[in-house]
Write a protein that binds this ligand. Structure first.
Ligand code: UT7
Length: 308
């Protein structure tokens, strides 16, 4: 039997900070409204998807002690590649000095959780070291005159180094899903801006976080009481509160960095994971539920044991 565990992690955010006060100078909104309805205080904007992915990926490789020549694959979860062609993963592979396969995966805000599960499949069929990155520059596809979306979306990247181990490894349970009949509630045409029915996304998000999180926990042979830490997609603190409440997991077990990052799509879960790991909140042996949702709709959950 061949499994995997996370042995390194890294995060990257652009330097430029955009506060709610900054937004209120150009939009009909206020700092207090944004904080009360979303939990977001500020966000980072700028850079390129591959540039942020390279920075986060390099940190994850350093933490894991990986030489570039030993990496077997790069999976880059992103909705905002730098170009239509090629995949931004090819830029990341080249700039990090890797000599391996590389591809982009688009499952929007669920992309990192999808990629982590996908990477475990590659480990099963023989690869040993996979760099899994979530990176997005949503600011490029956000209409900064639309207060319904401009207050939420931002840029960033997070990465993990996933390494094969003998035995079952640390992925204990997982769940993936998509309901393409809901494509219209959050979309962007090629070359266009994000369009969102915020209320509907909110309602559906809570529902799928609960059903998918529960499915992954059950498949791990665990109950919500066994979960030590939840690392959810960072979209809105009220979505996280409501989902934790319905899952029966206390809110103080949920990691949230969205007050300073906003919604960074595929980057949001690995950014929160890196924060929890660096701050010592993630302790060896901890049972961790990663749960993502996003446009599609898509959703993905993974229960892992933290054992870096
Ligand atoms: O990765 C997934 C991405 N998307 C999401 O997760 C989004 C999920 N949805 C949400 O986070 C929330 O629906 C929003 C934050 C987008 C909106 O919050 P809400 O509590 O659902 O507000 P609402 O749309 O019900 O609007 C309430 C009021 C309305 O005014 P009236 O009709 O009550 O007079 C809006 O016009 O707030 C108004 N409003 C705003 N006011 C100040 C809407 N947006 C703003 C704004 N600033 N930015």
């Amino acid at each position: 039997m061949r499994g995997a565990q996370i042995t390194g992690w890294g995060a990257a955010l652009p330097e430029k900070v955009v506060t709610n006060h900054d937004l209120s100078t150009t939009l009909d909104t206020t700092h207090d409204w944004i904080v009360e309805r979303t939990g977001i205080h500020e966000r980072r904007v700028g850079g390129s998807t591959s540039g942020l992915a390279i920075e986060a990926g390099r940190l994850a490789m350093e933490k894991a002690g990986w030489e570039p020549s030993t990496v077997d694959l790069v999976i880059l979860a992103t909705t905002t590649p730098d170009q239509q062609v090629p995949a931004s993963a090819s830029t990341v592979q080249n700039e990090l000095g890797l000599t391996c396969g590389a591809f982009d995966l688009n499952a929007v805000c669920s992309g990192f959780a999808y990629s982590l599960i996908t990477a475990h499949g590659f480990i099963q069929v023989g690869l040993s070291r996979i760099l899994v990155i979530g990176a997005d520059t949503l600011s490029r596809i956000t209409d900064w005159d639309d207060r319904g979306t401009a207050i939420l979306f931002a840029d960033g990247a997070g990465a993990v180094a996933l390494e094969a181990v003998e035995g079952p490894g640390e992925l204990l349970g997982w769940d993936l899903g998509s309901d393409g009949s809901l494509r219209h509630i959050l979309d962007a045409d090629i070359g266009g801006y994000l369009n969102m029915d915020g209320k509907e996304v909110f309602r559906r998000a809570v529902r799928v976080m609960v059903s998918s999180g529960k499915a992954a926990i059950e498949r791990a042979g665990l109950t919500p009481d066994d979960v030590d830490l939840v690392i959810p997609h960072q979209a809105n603190i009220r979505i996280i509160e409501s989902a934790c409440n319905k899952l029966g997991i206390p809110l103080d077990k949920a990691v949230s960095v969205l007050h300073r990052t906003g919604n960074t799509s595929a980057a949001s879960i690995p950014l929160a994971l890196a924060d929890a790991a660096d701050s010592g909140r993630l302790q060896p042996g901890a049972i961790v539920l990663l749960v993502g949702f996003g446009a599609g709709m898509t959703w993905a959950s993974a229960v892992i044991r933290w054992n870096p």
